[in-house]
Design a binder for this molecule. Structure first.
Ligand SMILES: [Zn+2]
Length: 125
């Protein structure tokens, strides 16, 4: 069992985490827009059925600045191999660790009281 003291609470991350699933899905659907994000994910045999959706931000009201989900722009299957290929490409182009993406920390959980927890990355530490 890992020691609770290893965890880091709500750290300032050096890099924003990218989703290899999202990158692979966008490629498969031929989508390049930055505002298209991962919608519903369904785990299926050999991969994930991904629904890509257009997003925008609420311009006013209580949810101002929050993500507003718009229409689906495509659905495709992302296989584990496709995700691995995106990860390999990421490592090759950025020269950063494919697990923590250069942050030195990996996501470890979330709790209402404490927020987001991270742990040191075992792959590069
Ligand atoms: Zn790492």
């Amino acid at each position: 069992m890992p020691q609770e003291t290893d965890t880091v609470l709500n750290p300032e991350l050096k890099y924003k985490f990218v989703s290899f699933t999202e990158l692979a899905a966008k490629k498969a659907c031929g989508v390049t827009s930055e505002t298209v994000r991962l919608g519903k994910l369904e785990h299926i045999t050999n991969g994930t059925l991904v629904n890509l959706r257009e997003t925008t931000l609420f311009q006013k009201g209580t949810r101002k600045g929050k993500t507003k989900w718009l229409d689906s722009v495509g659905k495709c299957v992302v296989t584990t191999e496709m995700e691995q290929a995106e990860k390999a490409l990421f490592v090759e182009t950025t020269k950063r660790c494919g697990v923590c993406q250069g942050n030195g920390l990996v996501w470890w959980g979330w709790s209402f009281d404490q927020g987001t927890k991270y742990r040191p990355c075992k792959d590069c530490h």
